[in-house]
Design a protein around this ligand. Structure first.
Ligand SMILES: C[S@@+](CC[C@H](N)C(=O)[O-])C[C@H]1O[C@@H](n2cnc3c(N)ncnc32)[C@H](O)[C@@H]1O
Length: 284
């Protein structure tokens, strides 16, 4: 991966940056503050721990569509702070290998797996999804939550990942797509709020057809390709309403989410759509 892109992603996901990203100590403090146990599969735990716009319900919908069972070995690319893999291990009980590009994300994912008592089921590796080396591991399922939009060559990354998937493995993503008037780069030219919230050159949004095409180009047959923008927009509005209602008691880092979600809502439909794709590996 190009060094410039990696650095821009590092700035994006830094603590105290424009996006609500927390380290393990702060995550544990926040969970404690709201009386939440990291071992619970409670939507509020996911809200605090995850960077996903699809929230817990949308992430579980992807897991359900992939028919993930307890016996499956699961690979996740762009796992971030580990919230999706913890949710999966808590609800299904399977084992997950989560990969993320950024060392800080991987360190947080490991610490939070321990806090949730799940370190036996979850492992995390710091690698670029475009250049995986997963050794002798083989997987029955692959999921990608809110990360493919950062990948500049989606088909090649998926083709690379397929080397570690069993024949017939199911794979799928929840992802940010281009909107009706273009992508976030196009929005940044017109909207100063977007320039403040987003580093340039970190997103490579495509439309739903091209997203499904990336799976097809990597040897998968498409099982479903759905636009779920209305659903994500609705849940983002609800999340923002809760944050605004609690604004007087929120700490400064929690309140960052308010500005962030407002910018996102301005982008929905016009410059960001959301999609869910599921596919089966038929050709390596
Ligand atoms: C929006 S976060 C989503 C994190 C997590 N999947 C979740 O739903 O909470 C996107 C993640 O993708 C990771 N990422 C971006 N490009 C990547 C790449 N080429 N390889 C691996 N991870 C990548 C980022 O570091 C970041 O942690």
């Amino acid at each position: 991966m190009r060094t410039r892109l990696r650095r821009a992603l590092q700035r994006t996901y830094r603590l105290g940056g424009p996006w609500p990203v927390f380290g393990p100590r702060r995550l544990k403090e926040l969970l404690g503050r709201y009386g939440l146990d990291p071992r619970q599969a409670h939507p509020r735990v996911f809200d605090i721990e995850s960077l996903s716009h699809f929230r817990q319900a949308g992430t579980l919908a992807l897991f359900d569509a992939l028919r993930i069972g307890k016996r499956h070995r699961v690979l996740s690319l762009g796992e971030g702070l580990g919230a999706p893999s913890r949710l999966l291990a808590k609800t299904v009980g399977c084992r997950v290998t989560g990969v993320d590009l950024l060392p800080r994300q991987v360190a947080t994912a490991r610490a939070m797996a321990a806090a949730a008592g799940l370190e036996g089921r979850l492992e995390y590796l710091c690698q670029d999804a475009h250049a995986l080396d997963l050794g002798p591991r083989r997987f029955d399922r692959l999921y990608v939550c809110d990360s493919m939009a950062h990948w500049n060559d989606k088909a090649s990354a998926l083709r690379g990942a397929s080397r570690w998937l069993k024949h017939g493995a199911l794979a799928g993503c929840n992802d940010w797509l281009a909107g009706d008037e273009g992508d976030i780069e196009a929005a940044a030219k017109r909207m100063p709020s977007v320039r403040r919230a987003f580093e340039r050159g970190i997103l490579f949004q495509v439309d739903l057809k091209a997203e499904a095409g990336a799976f097809e180009g990597a040897g998968f047959e498409i099982l479903s390709a759905q636009d779920v923008t209305a659903e994500v927009d609705e849940t983002t509005r609800r999340r923002l309403a809760v944050l605004e209602a609690f604004r007087p008691v929120l700490a400064a880092d929690e309140a960052l989410g308010i500005a962030y979600f407002k910018v996102m809502l301005d982008l929905h439909f016009r410059f960001v759509r959301y999609g869910r794709v599921t596919a089966r590996l038929v050709r390596k």
